[in-house]
Ligand binder design. Structure first.
Ligand code: 0RA
Length: 684
């Protein structure tokens, strides 16, 4: 409140800065929410949700409900104290109005519960308000229901009391501005996964997400908010409530894996003003899954908390293994990588003043987090290991194994390299290389199967474009060990074609193509191969992804002939748009939607002819069905094609999917493949 007292400015002057602030948000939304694409749109939900979550973290609320309503309305309700609605003597406005209309006002009104706020995410409700054509705030407090409505960030009227209420809490409903966002369609699953994560981070908080966009629900009127649950009971919904907090998250994260010890390690402790919470368990796998959060924000690039965690974990495990004799005197210490193998961990820190770093502000910079995590973990993990000797033995055994495997893999790799198996090995016979030796203009197309390979070879510009066909079934490469992976002829071909070598002798300077383009089919097999290649690149050729050398081709999904005009389209939405102009004509023909007839895996090309509309739609199932000229025009010609640049996120996603595909758990693998068979197309 101190900050408010300092502001002596009159109501009028305040109002002007308010408008200027909100104008700035609308002029440059990216500065406040990152993008105006899907991520930015969903960021609005996180912003509003975060306020309710902070109220819960303060111990004032234990229930949050997020509802997707018709007409793109999102409603977030909590059972907290309710934002104060009484008019402040000095500023002459209520806390509610300030929170909703003044930039960065979010944290200022906080008592205890408002200590935590984080960078980009802390920008608050006013930003959401500015980017919404309509926002309604409804506060249940002091026996009444109070509402205020806003349009593009400006209040329509003063706060008014609209009824009485025995409840307490805040309900915010907003409609994102269609003129700001590329699309205002919310993605239910995206919201579900984000909020599931949040539920793990705040134990004891119940979060419900309801998709009420279909099914004849009317957009709510003020006062409805807390009474609609039963009406919505037929809508798709998810409820999350985790008493175990991060422990539950570890169980969830390990659901496809076999834990190698029974007890999940868990600690929650404050150290020098930093709240530290860590949960971990080792599983029978070689990759590590470590999720770092700072003030409940996922920090994908890690930072000081991760550094503290790794050093402490390595030191503590080494000390314990020495003490109990798991590590003999003659043996060297575990390295940081040894103790990461098979580790599944979540680290969550909370700090009053938080500093982020990095391009995307997703790296924790606050230095005090390092020492705090180190100290808390060292103490609690050594006690855990003392008290749980079976778990300790399994963990140390795993690290010893990792150490041995590391040495064996290095020896194997060294011998492969010594034999010159990769470096200077002759280019594979399957590779149709390009004529140019200038990597900066050379491109490598990785295609699936010899038939697509043949087409691509005919269609290409042989001066700069090389083609490498990979056989359909290469997924049986077992496990991700480098030496095992290289035992596969297919993978060896790819690695040799790239020219960089692998492992310690990797040299990006020797990359033979500055564009490596994965062009697999838009079906399940294609998705598998793409996942495998992306995982291989992510794990062993990461600099190629970081350097922006890896792309995914986007072959067209349909060819549409309208009279003489030929159109290639890349999605169903585009197809519908293209056909849309002639919707009347096409609709006369019941078979106008070829999709309905095309079964996954069917060889034939479904065609629909509509003589009246003269629209002819052909759906391509694989690259092999596109002829060489068409392939050139649509997918290979640098002037006309669309390529998707592969980012580290794509690599990470593939890595995760790879684990599911290759993991121990056959049933989850099956269900994954079944549920993703239709969507596996373009969205990796
Ligand atoms: C400041 C003070 C008080 C409550 C809140 C903010 C508050 C804000 C939000 C935003 C979403 N849900 C919320 N719930 C509460 C209450 C101060 C008091 O009553 O003593």
């Amino acid at each position: 409140m101190a900050e408010n007292k300092e502001k002596k400015s009159s109501y009028g002057a305040d109002a002007i800065t308010v408008l200027e602030g909100l104008e700035a948000v609308r002029r440059r939304p990216g500065m406040y929410i990152g993008t105006t694409g899907t991520d930015g749109l969903h960021h609005l939900v996180w912003e509003i949700f975060d306020n309710s979550r902070d109220e819960a973290m303060g111990g004032f609320a234990d229930d949050i409900e997020v509802v997707l309503l018709p007409e793109n309305i999102v409603r977030v309700a909590d059972n907290g104290r309710g934002i104060p609605v009484d008019v402040h003597k000095q500023t002459k406005v209520s806390a509610l109005e300030t929170v909703m209309t003044v930039l960065h006002a979010g944290g200022k009104f906080g008592g205890e519960g408002y200590k935590v706020s984080g960078g980009l995410h802390g920008v608050g409700a006013a930003v959401v308000n500015a980017l919404s054509t309509k926002l309604v705030a409804e506060v249940h407090r002091d026996g009444g229901v109070h509402t205020q409505e806003y349009a593009i960030g400006k209040k329509k009227a003063a706060v008014k009391k609209v009824g009485s209420s025995k409840l307490h809490g805040t309900v915010i409903s907003f409609t994102p501005d269609k003129t700001i966002f590329n699309s205002t369609d919310f993605d239910f699953q995206k919201i579900v996964s984000h909020l599931r994560e949040q539920a793990y981070l705040v134990k004891g908080l119940r979060i419900t997400i309801i998709d009420a966009r279909e099914g004849g629900i009317e957009a709510p009127k003020p006062g409805d908010a807390f009474y609609m649950r039963s009406e919505l009971s037929h809508c798709p919904s998810e409820t999350f409530y985790f008493e175990g907090g991060l422990r539950s998250l570890i169980s969830f994260q390990n659901r496809y894996h076999k834990p190698i010890h029974k007890n999940i390690f868990y600690i929650e402790k404050e150290q020098d003003g930093v709240a530290v919470e860590v949960a971990l368990q080792y599983v029978d796998d070689i990759s590590a899954r470590v999720l770092p959060f700072a003030n409940n924000i996922y920090t994908s690039e890690g930072g000081t908390h991760i550094t503290g965690f790794k050093t402490s974990l390595t030191r503590t495990l080494n000390a314990h293994a020495r003490k109990v004799g798991s590590l003999r005197e003659s043996e060297e210490n575990f390295t940081g990588d040894d103790v990461l193998e098979g580790l599944s961990a979540v680290i969550s820190v909370k700090l009053p003043e938080i500093q982020f770093e990095g391009q995307t502000k997703s790296k924790l910079g606050s230095v005090e987090a390092r020492a705090a995590v180190d100290a808390v973990l060292a103490e609690s993990l050594s006690s855990f290991l003392e008290e749980n000797p079976d778990d300790a033995k399994a963990i140390a055994g795993k690290a010893v194994l990792a150490m041995k495997a590391r040495k064996a893999a290095k020896a194997a790799k060294d011998s492969i390299l010594r034999k010159g198996a990769l470096e200077g090995m002759t280019l594979p016979g399957k590779l149709a290389d390009c004529q140019s030796k200038d990597a900066s203009e050379s491109e490598l197309f990785i295609v699936e199967g010899d038939s697509a390979g043949g087409t691509a070879k005919t269609g290409r510009d042989r001066r700069t474009q090389a083609i490498l066909p990979l056989r359909g079934k290469i997924l049986n490469v077992e496990r991700a060990r480098l030496d095992k992976m290289l035992a596969s002829e297919q993978i060896k071909n790819l690695v040799v074609a790239l020219g960089t070598a692998i492992g310690e002798t990797f040299n990006i300077e020797k990359l033979r193509y500055h564009k490596v383009i994965i062009a697999t089919d838009a079906d399940v097999d294609g998705a598998h191969i793409r996942t495998l290649i992306l995982t291989l690149l992510y794990r062993h050729f990461r600099p190629l992804i970081d350097g922006g050398y890896i792309y995914i081709a986007q072959p067209p999904l349909y060819k549409i002939k309208k009279g003489k005009e030929i159109l290639y389209v890349y999605s169903d939405a585009e197809k519908n748009a293209a056909v849309g102009d002639n919707a009347d004509d096409v609709l006369e023909d019941a078979a106008a939607d070829p999709e309905a007839e095309v079964e996954e895996g069917e060889e034939v090309v479904e065609e629909t002819k509509n003589k009246k509309a003269r629209i002819h739609i052909q759906r391509y199932k694989g690259l092999g069905e596109i002829n060489a000229d068409e392939l050139w025009e649509t997918t290979m010609d640098p002037e006309r094609r669309v390529l998707k640049l592969v980012t580290v996120d794509d690599g990470q996603d593939a890595d995760r999917v790879f684990d599911i595909l290759m993991g121990e758990d056959v049933s989850s693998r099956k269900s994954f493949i079944q549920t993703n068979a239709k969507t596996a197309n373009l969205d990796i």
